[in-house]
Ligand binder design. Sequence first.
Ligand SMILES: [Ca+2]
Length: 143
Amino acid sequence: HPEKNRDIPPQPFPHPEKNWDAPPSSSPRARGLPAPIRSDPGRFWRQPTETERCIESLLAVFQRYAGREGSACTLSKREFRAFMDTELAAFTKNQKDPGVVDRMMKKLDLNSDGQLDFQEFLNLIGGIAAACHDSLVLKSPQP
Ligand SMILES: [Ca+2]
């Protein structure tokens, strides 16, 4: 029945909500994602948790060093040394043995390809975290 639709205004063209100048790939809607709403940031976007921030930091640090030379997905020996000397300087500067970083690399390189992938890198971080945790537990007074 045509009279049923008389209250619906005719649709303008082009649609006013659509930004025709934006490249399609830059629009979240174009990728099928909900558009972020500024007035309600919690709905689609929220502050990352402390744990999520830690994971993001680990990824960012790994990528920063892995991207220096060769494969951007793995740490070479030189990249690993740069990482150790910069990010874990407190550990490396107290080492009297200059070969300790090379030996750590060898131990961490589980598939012996001369590179540390992210999983192998995480074993280092996990090992250090576990050692820190152990020393905290041992230092705390026993009940
Ligand atoms: Ca490896």
